[in-house]
Design a protein around this ligand. Structure first.
Ligand SMILES: Nc1nc2c(c(=O)[nH]1)N[C@H]1C(S)=C(S)[C@@H](COP(=O)(O)OP(=O)(O)OC[C@H]3O[C@@H](n4cnc5c(=O)[nH]c(N)nc54)[C@H](O)[C@@H]3O)O[C@H]1N2
Ligand SMILES: Nc1nc2c(c(=O)[nH]1)N[C@H]1C(S)=C(S)[C@@H](COP(=O)(O)OP(=O)(O)OC[C@H]3O[C@@H](n4cnc5c(=O)[nH]c(N)nc54)[C@H](O)[C@@H]3O)O[C@H]1N2
Ligand SMILES: [Mo]
Length: 762
């Protein structure tokens, strides 16, 4: 019934390019999801598993962080959530025979698709110095080896500990505890490459780095802007929320260089009418140039101020630094705005009028804003605009950064951050009786720099695929390869297992869909969604293999090896690692005393639907910033210079991938079949540059330290904004220079890479 994994790497041999589509979801989405699932886990397991996604007694979807509605339909999952589940619940296995048959050099030459399709990891594997293959190792030996190597480092800061956003709150809390107890704040995470810019901007401006809306606010808004986001692919359940918002009278505007499917026409797979008819979700589409949003939002703010449409009472009572800001807006030059945005003045004035005629406005955004050099300034400019009319801290209005990984926001709340504030580390010290390190640690980009320079010698990852997700693939590959030790706690095989240190370990762990049995019985874990709601997740499927441990078990057993108990009363003895492993309620008890907002955690987390974390700006219009008020920020407009004959490239997701996990080789809505090495370019730019649809080109990125090349991409003439191009990551991460980062947040600027096209060498 299930299909075996591919033996050969299919590559792009069958690449076909068809028409772009505008409708998303619908019946086709359901059948695609079900057939992909059935191929990996059979029909019966598919039906049983999907019935539990996002249900109150089921598991949290390991797809995106979009919240669950209060009244759930029977099938509260989407096509891409189903693919994420299938990827985890697959019946395919990667055991010792597989590793015996494939030397590490062979794995390194495989595509991300091929690696991921092989199945679940089921036993710990070890690569000895100089060995060509991974070989099996027992858990005890693995933990002893890691502890031994970590202790032998010149110091705790010679190791870096990465986290991807699927780890549960419980696992994340224990992981940062282990790392800080070890003595370092080197806790990079996927957020560094994702919403770090949102966190940095919002912390400064409103005093908390999280969004300020609940799902119900969307239903009450009268204007919703969806900026730099492709929900039809990456947050499909958001389309159902937008559909409801629209029924309630919201006007929806999408701002994007690409006319993404779903926003224009959405067929709700959960409603019989939606299945056939479809709803036009977006009333307007502004086709902005890459990196043009700061200019757009500054112009909208300027027009709002000039029209005298500000909420004077709100400004007076709740905001600081308005005068400086208004003075700065007066200097904004329309020519700069039009050049940066590629929009007409009429389009911008039309939206400004719409904004000031609306009482309740929500702005949603994702990677299209955060992964640019001036991302933090852009998000602050959005905040400025929203403050002007008091669009924060009232029903139906607010800021809505839409998070990616299903628990990326919760991991941050639990202390996964290289620069947690001292209020957090002080609470940790009080709870556990040790002194956490005070100096800030390394984020993702700085970790790569430190590996390259020999300052970091060991790398441990709780999930994720660091080598493929990070920029400057050649530099990062060399940096990882130069390490003494790499440890990957993973569910599935990926590139970061193939690009490894002199000694390397793969530690297989349970996923969220699986039963987690410990000494006190079956355990549940908790997650926090994009809107600050915390709820439990309970896996039911059998573990993929007898030897596979939960993430909590891996962390606590490593901790026991690393901090051997030296009798009672010792600092190490204060943390009862085996007790925490045996009963996750005890982890939650610690969390309730360390993390604000988690008081009485064990009782509240079991309430149906979970509970909401406090958010002072949203709840009470209180702004815990440096000035005690919501802060207007002045950001000079710095337009990206693109030299003659060059394009700005954004690196984005296809419909058939989850970050570095490639589910399949199609990008259905964009008309791409059976291939990934394509570059989308505006036909007028192709004419001007002397290239044509169907031609093969190399993408060459231009940076101060030299060129970088990604070879052999098929040109696709596509309706993107002028001067802009798009291609999929991780293939194009080779083009993103390590030093091309956003100011302040240090996030790789992977959505604005200056490139030129060169005819491919045959
Ligand atoms: N199925 C699926 N779901 C996912 C993921 C996945 O890979 N697959 N990934 C998860 C994660 S971790 C994340 S962070 C989210 C990512 O969710 P998205 O942010 O939707 O993901 P991207 O594919 O990077 O799409 C970026 C969008 O921004 C637009 N854009 C790019 N640059 C600009 C710009 O300068 N201005 C404007 N206005 N728009 C711009 C692009 O055209 C594109 O529509 O999705 C999460 N959910
Ligand atoms: N060029 C470019 N680069 C980007 C982006 C971009 O838009 N353009 N987007 C960035 C963004 S937004 C993000 S979030 C990062 C993503 O970076 P990561 O989070 O590091 O990457 P993923 O591809 O999500 O990680 C997939 C791997 O996680 C492991 N895994 C899956 N589930 C679990 C689990 O439950 N537990 C454990 N322990 N492991 C698990 C599997 O082994 C799988 O192979 O990539 C970033 N990189
Ligand atoms: Mo992300």
């Amino acid at each position: 019934m299930t299909r075996p994994p591919p033996t050969d790497d299919p590559g792009d041999a069958g690449l076909e390019v068809g028409e772009q589509k505008h409708a998303a979801a619908g019946l086709r989405a359901v059948t695609t999801a079900l057939s992909m699932s059935a191929e990996q886990m059979g029909v019966r397991r598919t039906a049983l598993t999907l019935a539990r996604v996002n249900q109150k007694h089921g598991f949290d979807c390991p797809g995106c962080a979009w919240p669950d509605p209060e009244h759930r339909s029977v099938a509260e999952f989407c096509e891409n959530g189903a693919k994420a589940v299938a990827e985890e619940a697959t019946l395919r296995r990667v055991g010792r025979d597989f590793f015996a048959a494939h030397p590490i050099s062979d794995l390194a030459g495989r595509s991300d698709f091929w690696l991921g399709q092989q199945g679940r990891l089921v036993e710990p594997m070890y690569r000895a110095p100089g060995a060509s293959h991974y070989t099996p190792i027992g858990w005890d030996d693995a933990f002893e080896l890691i502890a031994d190597r970590l202790r032998a480092l010149p110091g705790p800061d010679s190791a870096s500990f990465y986290t991807s956003g699927r780890a549960s709150n419980e696992a994340a809390f224990l992981y940062q505890l282990l790392v800080r107890r070890f003595g370092t704040n080197n806790l990079p995470d996927c957020s560094n490459m994702c919403h770090e810019s949102s966190g940095a901007a919002l912390s400064h401006s409103i005093g908390i780095g999280k969004g300020s809306v609940h799902l119900e606010d969307l239903y009450a808004a009268d204007l919703i802007l969806v900026v730099g986001q492709n929900p039809g692919t990456n947050h499909p359940r958001m389309l159902s929320a937008l559909e409801k918002a629209k029924k309630n009278g919201a006007h929806i505007v999408t701002i994007n260089p690409l006319d993404e499917a779903g926003l224009r026409r959405f067929r709700n797979p959960q409603s019989p009418i939606g299945m056939v008819a479809g709803t036009e979700l977006a009333d307007e589409f502004l086709q902005i140039r890459l990196s043009g949003d700061q200019a757009l939002f500054a112009a909208l703010a300027k027009l709002t101020v000039e029209a005298g449409a500000v909420d004077a009472a709100f400004l007076d009572q709740h905001c600081s630094e308005y005068e400086e800001y208004a003075a700065h807006l007066a200097t904004l030059d329309w020519e700069d705005v039009l050049a940066a945005t590629g929009l007409t003045r009429a389009e911008i004035e039309h939206l400004a009028r719409r904004y000031r005629d609306s009482e309740r406005v929500i702005v949603c955004w994702a990677m299209g804003l955060t992964q640019h050099r001036d991302a933090v300034a852009t998000i602050q400019e959005i905040t400025n605009l929203m403050l002007l009319r008091g669009n924060i801290g009232k029903p139906g209005a607010g800021l809505c950064p839409v998070r990616g990984h299903s628990n990326v926001q919760g991991d941050r709340t639990m202390g996964i951050w290289e620069k947690m504030p001292s209020s957090f580390t002080d609470a940790l010290a009080a709870e556990f009786g040790f002194t956490p390190p005070a100096e800030h640690g390394l984020d993702a980009v700085d970790t790569i720099r430190a590996m390259r320079d020999g300052r970091v010698r060991a790398f441990v990852a709780l999930g994720g695929n660091f080598v493929a997700a990070t920029p400057d693939t050649d530099a990062t590959t060399a940096a990882m390869g130069s390490l003494d030790l790499t440890v990957q706690v993973s569910t599935k095989l990926n590139r970061s297992h193939a690009i490894c240190g002199t000694e390397a370990l793969i530690l297989p762990c349970l996923g969220r869909t699986e039963r987690d049995q410990q000494a006190s019985g079956p355990q549940v874990v908790s997650v926090e969604d994009s809107m600050g709601m915390v709820h439990v997740s309970r896996g039911r499927l059998d573990p993929p293999g007898a030897a596979v441990l939960s993430e909590v078990a891996v962390i606590t057993r490593l901790a026991e090896a690393l901090f051997p108990s030296t009798g009672s009363g010792q600092a190490a003895g204060r943390i009862d690692w085996p007790g925490l492993r045996g009963d996750y309620d005890r982890i939650r008890d610690h969390i309730s005393r360390v993390v604000p907002g988690f008081e009485d955690f064990n009782a509240r987390v079991h309430e149906p639907g979970g509970f909401a974390l406090p958010h002072p700006p949203r709840d009470r219009r209180e702004f815990p910033t440096a000035t005690g008020k919501a802060r207007f920020t002045v950001n000079p407009l710095a337009t990206l210079a693109v030299p003659e004959g060059h394009l700005l490239l954004q690196t984005l997701r296809s419909h058939d991938q989850f970050n570095t996990t490639i589910y399949g080789l199609d990008d259905r809505y964009r008309g791409i079949k059976a291939g990934r090495r394509v570059v989308f370019v505006n036909p007028a730019d192709l004419d001007a540059l002397g290239f044509a649809d169907g031609q093969y080109v190399d993408l060459v990125s231009v940076w101060s330290d030299g060129d970088r090349r990604a070879a052999g991409f098929r040109v696709v003439a596509y309706a993107t904004a002028r001067g802009c191009a798009a291609a999929y990551f991780p293939e194009t991460n080779v083009l993103v220079p390590l030093d091309a980062v956003a100011h302040t947040s240090n996030t790789p600027a992977s959505k604005s890479v200056v490139i030129r096209l060169e005819a491919a060498q045959p």
